[in-house]
Design a protein around this ligand. Structure first.
Ligand code: NDP
Length: 315
């Protein structure tokens, strides 16, 4: 078991983590970044990003993350393809342990662990993962050109994914558990304009079927009522768009989280309830969930950590 000390430990590597790396390395704090299981974060699963300032022609998500990562490396951030699995924030320096048992003692910590797509929890989602089940239409939609697919969810994400898929696929079912779409007016209108999107209201998916990949889904309508009915739809792709959950499990009991598990931050700053621990990006942001917002909060967390260390005479 190796042990080391660092002034700034950054846990996570999306736009928030890498931006925090750029700022803290330029401030000569020699940050150590643990990239986690998905280096580059959620953007590595998208295709084109059109709304990040500075790319007038758009940019591929993985390419953009590589740019931000390279920028952090340029100023000396140390980036490791490892995962922090355990933290103890009860006293400073904070003890943080990685998957191989190595320990980093950190004077300050910036948490930027992001969020992950939710699944329904069906055994068949696991069985057919990569064989027709996906949580990212922009990543995988291409494989379903001229085929039939379903999207689960009634929020803005589900509508956006359904609209995107309707440009590629023959038919898109939108499986909505309530009798209305929670999505914004503009999205609902766009959905209504698409002839090849069929909304299945009051419907839940109970399972998937198929030989070597998804060939269909079992659906129940009006579950638990006297109108309950069961039927199957034939589809080749099954897309989840039922929201995200923050990747904050390892911090439970160590810092304050809200009811959904998002890290509570001061708001004016990125400070958590533990002095010296800061949070940036989607793990602390149930509202905006945008790359540019995450990058901005990574910058704020870096400046907050720098000030914290200065105030504690450790620069
Ligand atoms: P939301 O939480 O808004 O919507 C989740 C949807 O999934 C709801 O319709 C919900 O149903 C449904 N759902 C949740 N769990 C289940 C389940 N177990 N089975 C079936 N359905 C389920 O998440 P989004 O990701 O859509 O949006 C998150 C935020 O991001 C929102 O604020 C949204 O406005 C924003 N956003 C904005 C966009 C834009 O403006 N372009 C694009 C994408 C997101 P129910 O309604 O019954 O709870």
């Amino acid at each position: 078991m190796a042990e080391e000390k660092t002034r700034v430990l950054i846990i996570g590597s999306g736009p928030a983590g890498y931006t925090a790396g750029i700022y803290t390395s330029r401030a000569t704090l020699n940050p150590v970044i643990y990239e986690g299981n998905q280096p580059g974060g959620q953007l590595t699963q998208t295709t084109e990003v059109e709304n990040f300032p500075g790319y007038p022609e758009g940019v591929q998500g993985p390419e953009m993350m590589d740019h931000i990562r390279t920028q952090a490396l340029r100023f000396g951030a140390e980036i490791r393809s490892k995962v922090i699995t355990k933290v103890d924030f009860s006293s400073r320096p904070f003890r943080c342990e990685d998957e191989s048992g190595d320990v980093v003692w950190a004077e300050s910590v910036i948490i930027a662990t992001g969020a992950s797509a939710k699944y329904l929890g069906l055994a068949d989602e696991e069985k057919y993962r990569g064989l027709g089940v996906s949580a990212c239409a922009t990543c995988d939609g291409f494989f379903y050109r001229k085929k039939d697919v379903a999207v689960v969810g009634g929020g803005d994400t589900a509508c956006e994914e359904a609209i995107y898929l309707s440009t590629l696929c023959r038919k898109v079912y939108l499986i909505v558990r309530k009798d209305y779409l929670r999505a914004s007016d503009v999205m609902r209108k766009r959905i209504a304009e698409r002839e090849n999107i069929e909304i299945l209201f009051n419907c839940n998916t109970t399972g998937l079927f198929g030989e070597d990949g998804v060939e269909g889904a079992h659906i129940v309508r009006h579950v638990g009522t006297d109108k309950e009915e069961h039927f199957d739809i034939a589809i080749d792709g099954f897309f989840l768009a039922i929201g995200h959950h923050p990747n904050t499990e390892i911090f439970r009991g160590q810092i304050d989280l809200d009811a959904e598990g998002y890290i509570k931050v001061d708001g004016v700053t990125t400070a958590t309830n533990v002095d010296g621990v800061f949070a940036a990006g989607d793990c602390a942001d149930p509202r905006y969930r945008q790359a540019i917002v995450a990058a901005g909060s990574g910058c704020r967390a870096a400046l907050d950590a720098e000030k914290f260390l200065m105030d504690h005479e450790e620069l």
